[in-house]
Design a protein around this ligand. Structure first.
Ligand SMILES: [Zn+2]
Length: 83
């Protein structure tokens, strides 16, 4: 057993976007993305910006969660803006 365990570079509780718009978190990222910050195609996985999660919430009517549903962003409940 190796003495120095690799430390995940992804933070728990944060949703990242990977290639093809996949949404992943540290739980479901898979080893490559989890420990290198890059998915298997070599693309850097980036935290989803807060405003994008708000857009998501407004578009789908539910909080953004990662593809396996282990991490969900809880957003403040917002009333839709009157037009
Ligand atoms: Zn997940």
């Amino acid at each position: 057993m190796p003495l120095d365990k690799p430390i995940p570079v992804l933070q728990p509780g944060v949703i990242y976007s990977a290639d093809n718009g996949r949404l992943i978190c540290v739980e479901c990222a898979g080893g490559t993305a989890k420990f290198t910050g890059h998915d298997r195609s070599g693309q850097k996985v980036e935290p989803v910006p807060y405003l994008e999660t708000v857009d998501w919430f407004e578009e789908f009517g539910k909080p953004m969660s990662c593809e396996r549903g282990c991490t969900t962003y809880l957003l403040p409940v917002k009333k839709p803006k009157p037009r």
